[in-house]
Every structure is written in structure tokens, then in C-alpha cells.
Design a protein around this ligand. Structure first.
Ligand SMILES: C[S@@+](CC[C@H](N)C(=O)[O-])C[C@H]1O[C@@H](n2cnc3c(N)ncnc32)[C@H](O)[C@@H]1O
Length: 280
């Protein structure tokens, strides 16, 4: 990516939510149940944290109050890994009735994307620079989000990079918890093998039901991301999955809804799904 131009931080600040928790780059949140955040002390993931890294959650670290953050009670959608902000900006412009929260772990991309929002005075956008796994684990109130978008997550194939992978059962469970019943999770990738892994994780999450998947699912509102444009230019197929947050995951599991029953013909992936709706 070329060096991004951006506005000074003071002009971007109204659009930014800063995570009130300092974590080392690549540091993973503790396993669920290992240590409730209210209790403060964070266990080191790999050895001791770097000097100066606080190991306790600051007193003010509370879940995000969406109404306070946006100044209204409109529905909230989250994009994870906004990159240069193409999808975020276009979505916010086209859907002013929705509040968008964009998460990006690389500061220069977050500031670049936020500059695009600030130039357009998009009152319905806020961005955060942090690892989305920490934000979903501690800062997104359960059942408060209408939709989550995860487009072209890095596959991180090398064994030593695997822990950077976003699509893990723990993270997807946190995403599912953030959604309102009936809320949606939209994902896309141009890496078929990684799509197989994504489907496996999604199918293993009882709170989610995969309602559409494969290469013939169109992008939402025909809004391609930056990576999608590049993939299309290369002529690469794009695999998408759309999931709905079940109202009652336990009942669905008891009724056999969590079991595999069909395999989508267009996915090219031998992962069996809970259900496989036709695109529409
Ligand atoms: C392959 S790029 C895709 C960017 C954009 N979604 C698109 O489709 O054009 C993946 C983006 O996700 C960001 N990212 C990777 N891991 C992340 C994490 N754990 N939390 C937040 N952002 C992350 C990367 O910095 C990068 O900008």
C-alpha cells in the first residue's frame, strides 16, 4: 500500500475510540473463563509483558456505550480489518441510518481510513486501532450489534504466524455474542483453503447459522472492498459466507440444527453445514 495521507490527530479525534487497555502487538486475550476482566490481572500470554505494559485493566475500562459514542440509538455494524476504509466509507455514505464502527490493528491504515471519514464529515462512523480480538472480548456489549463484517482476513499460513489468525472458535464465539438475535455476520475471502477453515469455525459455533455461502453470493449492496477489487481484477473467485445469530442456540442444537446436513455445491469446500439456503 502507498504511504497514506492523513489529517492531524486532533481533527480525527472525534471519529476515534481509543481502547483503554495497553496490550503488546500480537498478545492474545486470555482464554474465556481463565480470568474475568473485572478481576483485573491479565496473565502473560508468552512470557512477561514488555516493560511498561500495564497488566491490569484500567478502572475506566467499561464496555462501549454505543449511544454515548454516536450520540444516537441507531443500529450499530462493525467492520473488522477496515484497511484503507473503502467499505466503511461507502457503507456509511449509503446508509446514514446505521452507525459503523471500524476496527483496524495497523495505526496508519486506521488514520488513513478515518481521514476519509473526516473529510466527508461522516457522523455515523467511529474507528478503533486495536486487535479486534481484545475489543470483542472486553468492550462490545453482548447482543448490541446488528451486523459484523470481516472481509479478506489475512490467512497467516506459516505455523509461527498461526496465532495471528482471526478466524478461531474463541473469536467467532465473541463475535456471535456481540450480535443481536437475528444479527448477521458477513465474511469474504479469495483464499479457498482459508474459506474452508472459516466454514469449519462458523459451523462449530452453535450461536450462528450459516445461511448463504459460496462463490455466487454477491457482496452486500455491491460494495466491494479494496482487496475485493484487486481479487476481481486478477479474475479470482471470491468465497463468501453469511451467518445469522440464532435466537436460541440451545434449542437449535437440541433440534439437530447444529449438525451437519448438507454441503454447498458452489463452495468447492467439503465442509458440511447446518443449513444451506439458496442465494436470494
Ligand atoms: C487483507 S487486509 C483486508 C482489508 C479490507 N478488509 C479489504 O478487504 O480491503 C486485512 C486487514 O485486517 C487488518 N487486521 C488483521 N488482523 C487484525 C486484527 N486482529 N484486528 C483488527 N484488524 C486486523 C490488517 O491490518 C489489514 O488491514
Amino acid at each position: 500500500m502507498r504511504k497514506p495521507k492523513r489529517l492531524p490527530y486532533e481533527q480525527l479525534a472525534p471519529y476515534i475510540w481509543e481502547m483503554p487497555l495497553a496490550v503488546r502487538r500480537g498478545q492474545l486475550p486470555p482464554e474465556e473463563g481463565q480470568l474475568p476482566p473485572e478481576e483485573g490481572e491479565l496473565p502473560p500470554e508468552e512470557g512477561e509483558p514488555a516493560a511498561g505494559t500495564p497488566r491490569t485493566l484500567p478502572a475506566g475500562a467499561a464496555p462501549i456505550d454505543w449511544q454515548a459514542l454516536f450520540g444516537n440509538a441507531r443500529p450499530v455494524e462493525i467492520e473488522v480489518g477496515i484497511g484503507k476504509g473503502q467499505f466503511l466509507v461507502e457503507s456509511a455514505l449509503r446508509r446514514p441510518e446505521v452507525n459503523f464502527f471500524g476496527i483496524e490493528v495497523v495505526r496508519k491504515y486506521q488514520l488513513y481510513a478515518t481521514t476519509r471519514c473526516a473529510i466527508r464529515r461522516l457522523a455515523n462512523v467511529r474507528t478503533a486501532c486495536a486487535d479486534a480480538r481484545w475489543i470483542f472480548r472486553y468492550f462490545i456489549p453482548p447482543g448490541s450489534v446488528q451486523a459484523v463484517h470481516i472481509y479478506f482476513p489475512d490467512p497467516w499460513w506459516k505455523a509461527r504466524h498461526k496465532k495471528r489468525r482471526l478466524f478461531t472458535e474463541g473469536f467467532v464465539r465473541d463475535v456471535a455474542r456481540a450480535l443481536v438475535p437475528g444479527g448477521r455476520l458477513y465474511c469474504a475471502t479469495d483464499v479457498q483453503k482459508y474459506f474452508g477453515e472459516m466454514l469449519r469455525v462458523l459451523a462449530a459455533t452453535p450461536e450462528l447459522e450459516i445461511v448463504r455461502q459460496g462463490t455466487d453470493v454477491p457482496p452486500l449492496l455491491d460494495l466491494p472492498t479494496n482487496f475485493e477489487r484487486k481479487a476481481r481484477q486478477r479474475g479470482s473467485p471470491i468465497w463468501r459466507a453469511e451467518c445469522v445469530r440464532r435466537a436460541d442456540p440451545a434449542a437449535a442444537a437440541n433440534a439437530g440444527g447444529g449438525d451437519a446436513s448438507t454441503t454447498s455445491a458452489n463452495s468447492g469446500i467439503g465442509v458440511r453445514l447446518a443449513r444451506d439456503y439458496p442465494p436470494g
